[in-house]
Design a protein around this ligand. Structure first.
Ligand code: IMP
Ligand code: MG
Length: 183
């Protein structure tokens, strides 16, 4: 879907398709350089990271293996608690592997902080993080994010994998919703 398909639901477009593709290609070039001569496993965090994983993997000029995890950081409430449950674990043994976690967005950073520690405890050679978007809140937790697509304002955004009530993941851009959608 593009912005015309959801015009009535939008407040504004933050980053368009071309801008996102351009930035993802730049990140891929950095990753190619940084991991030259090493085997890399990229791990996508379901479901939000599907779009950035697909684009990033195709923009790389090196072989990588791909795996997926699904985690839930929310109990019954709506606040990220930092207590994470694994809904789907990796199929890959991480012993000795260079791992790059790929995320859609980092907000509080609690989920990723937990995930990084969890993967490191499995005997990895290294674990780094790549995120398409990062909010200002993320600066408050001590988490080293090596690759960031865009630093965005503290607004709720949808598209390019990000959802509101499971909708809008399949937008080819990222934008904010008009208040009438969630009020
Ligand atoms: P946190 O970094 O532990 O707070 O959790 C980040 C997760 O919250 C992301 O993986 C998203 O699933 C979700 N999230 C945070 N901000 C947004 C947003 O603006 N739009 C859609 N989902 C978001
Ligand atoms: Mg997510």
């Amino acid at each position: 879907m593009d912005s015309h398909d959801v015009q009535a639901d939008l407040k504004h477009v933050l980053y368009g398709r071309e801008q996102i593709q351009q930035r993802v290609a730049e990140l891929a070039a950095e990753i190619d350089r940084d991991y030259e001569g090493r085997d890399l496993l990229i791990v996508g965090v379901l479901k939000g990271a599907v779009m950035v994983m697909a684009d990033l993997a195709r923009a790389l000029h090196s072989h990588v293996t791909m795996d997926w995890m699904a985690v839930s950081s929310y109990g019954s409430g709506t606040q990220s608690s930092g207590v994470v449950r694994i809904l789907k674990d990796l199929d890959t043994d991480l012993m000795g592997k260079h791992v790059l976690i790929v995320e859609d967005i980092i907000d509080s950073g609690l989920t990723l902080s937990w995930l990084k520690t969890n993967l490191e405890s499995r005997g990895t050679a290294s674990v780094e993080i790549c995120t398409a978007f990062r909010k200002p809140e993320a600066a408050k937790v001590k988490i080293d994010v090596k690759y960031v697509g865009f630093d965005i304002p503290n607004e709720f955004v949808v598209g390019y994998g990000l959802d509101y009530a499971e909708k809008y993941r399949n937008l080819d851009f990222v934008g904010t919703l008009a208040p009438h959608v969630y009020e």
